[in-house]
Design a binder for this molecule. Sequence first.
Ligand code: SAM
Length: 264
Amino acid sequence: MDDFNFKKSLGQNFLKDKNIVSKIVDTVNFEGNSLVIEIGPGAGSLTEKLLEKANFALIYEIDTRLKETLDDRLDNFNNYELIFDDFLKRNVKEDLKKYEYDNLYVVANLPYYITTPIITKFIEENVDVKEMVIMVQKEVADRLSAKVGFREYGQLTVFLNYFFDVQKVFNVSKNAFVPKPRVDSAVVRMTRKDNREYVKDLTFFSKLVKDSFRFKRKTIKNNLINYDLDKINEVLSKYGFDINTRSECLPYIAFVDMANSLIE
Ligand code: SAM
């Protein structure tokens, strides 16, 4: 890889620290017949370790220049399929159809320029992922795992909290990568919530959450001016709040309740 021309536009910062690679793989709670999706294997350092632990891996890499390196590196394994394509353009459910497995995992050192689209793709396309262990920019990790009341708690936090228990597992210094990125990173584990509260209309829930956080410092009353504020006030009072509360102070369950109450 010495003469490899890393593309910044593809978020190509490869992990060179073997301990971090092992720590990421050890963070995954593999159970049963496991299928893992990896997005962006790069030169394959994480992939290699994943193939030792998981029953099968479905791997997506956009950069065809990595084909030879990956073929060589993964030569000892036959429990994977490597697809050279833009992950965001794939029909993942279709790709998964030919495989049998008990539990689906996503493990990746993500290309940071598309972190949120990748995470939300799984949710929006209703792909049933048991656990995601992903490396993201440290500030993004803080947002994803933020607790209610904190500055980092936002639209994405609430939306993800509905589907997953989200936990920041460890920080990773920029020195663990080649080339060295500008920012530090962190590994986040997201575990599927098996007993989710019922949401009548997910699209509406998602829109309500988005609108609630439109202007960060404003109250629910100001952000949701076009909604039925009396109804919202009634719901919020159950949680000890009212429409003069700011969204970052509300637990995700209050948003679920609001969304369900606003839809007949
Ligand atoms: N997993 C490797 C590691 O940890 O060393 C590389 C991680 S690097 C941060 C991100 C990888 O994602 C790169 O290999 C890049 O080419 C790939 N990538 C970027 N955009 C992609 C996309 N849309 N679909 C699939 N792979 C992508």
